[in-house]
Design a protein around this ligand. Structure first.
Ligand SMILES: NC(=O)c1ccc[n+]([C@@H]2O[C@H](COP(=O)([O-])OP(=O)(O)OC[C@H]3O[C@@H](n4cnc5c(N)ncnc54)[C@H](O)[C@@H]3O)[C@@H](O)[C@H]2O)c1
Length: 277
């Protein structure tokens, strides 16, 4: 149905077990895609500690899982904040698989949360550099490659509910995700002539990865235990559950495929309809 067999996809931030990126990469592999598993790979100071990032040790088993699902896969460490590393990532994908058809900008930092009036400049820079500049750099160099190949392509930005609403203690995260929607729309308009479609997916409350950390942060702030806080989320969600990494992976597969070949510049909520309550 999706016709993704033999296509090549890069998924940033996919080197962490149980994350959204891993789920997207494995779903693409199960559709027969070649996948490039890429993540930071190694810790970098306090802001990018082992607790929060995907390391090379984790990336290799994810590559093995992707291969067992039916796709081919490689691991390439890349810090998306640096253009030379992004160019290296693109080159490695082309070297291994001959081109790039799909880019998923999933790498994100959501665990740096501070009250706005205490927000540190280095915290702001860390969040914006990964979430927004990283998506810009990866999109730029993937688009150059896709234009050169001449067969179009799909770029999907993993934004957030915070791309459309405000959240306390998360000014940098919220601004970066709003910016991602702007990047999505601008790139959709400019790259459409090359048959490159650019869309965004906006998840909420996935209980793994940085979502778990954010849920814990907000439950502490509200003085609720973690389970009671999650229940308040479930209660106000029309579909009466929190999100799963697979919910996001399924939306991504659709947007990456020909089934979505007249859809570009969209920012699709995958949130159980929470926004409409
Ligand atoms: N979990 C949720 O509820 C939720 C909700 C909305 C949006 N999102 C978005 O989904 C995406 C994935 O989040 P997740 O919940 O799976 O969390 P996660 O922490 O498991 O994934 C984020 C990944 O980004 C990687 N990363 C961080 N800095 C990087 C850098 N400089 N270069 C390359 N990679 C880097 C991390 O190593 C990690 O693997 C993020 O963009 C996040 O903002 C998540």
């Amino acid at each position: 149905m999706y016709n993704l067999k033999g296509k090549t996809a890069i998924v940033t931030g996919s080197g962490r077990r149980n994350g959204i990126g891993e789920a997207i990469a494995l779903k693409l592999a199960s559709e027969g895609c070649n996948v490039v598993i890429t993540d930071l790979g190694a810790t970098k100071g306090e802001q990018f500690s082992k607790e929060h990032i995907g390391t090379t040790d984790e990336m290799e088993p994810i590559v093995a899982d992707a291969k067992s699902k039916g796709g081919d896969a490689i691991a390439v460490p890349c810090d998306v904040r640096y253009e030379d590393q992004v160019i290296h990532l693109i080159n490695k994908a082309v070297e291994a698989f001959g081109g790039i058809d799909i880019l998923i900008n999933n790498a994100g930092v959501g665990y740096i949360m501070e009250s706005f009036i205490e927000f540190k400049e280095e915290s702001w820079d860390a969040v914006l550099d990964v979430n927004l500049k990283g998506a810009f750099l990866c999109s730029k160099h993937a688009a150059i490659q896709m234009i050169d190949q001449g067969n179009g392509g799909a770029i999907i930005n993993i934004a957030s509910q915070a791309a459309k609403s405000g959240f306390p203690f998360a000014a940098a995260y919220t601004a970066s995700k709003h910016g991602m929607i702007g990047l999505t729309r601008s790139n959709a308009v400019e790259l459409g002539q090359y048959k490159i479609r650019v869309n965004a997916v906006c998840p909420n409350h996935i209980t793994t990865g940085l979502g778990h950390w954010q849920n814990k942060f907000f439950s502490d702030k509200l003085g609720l235990n973690y389970e009671d806080y999650l229940q308040t989320i479930v209660d106000k969600n029309p579909l009466k559950r929190t999100g799963l990494v697979d919910d996001i992976a399924k939306a991504v597969i659709f947007l990456a495929s020909d089934q979505a070949d007249y859809i570009t510049g969209e920012a699709m909520n995958v949130s159980g309809g929470e926004e409409y309550h």
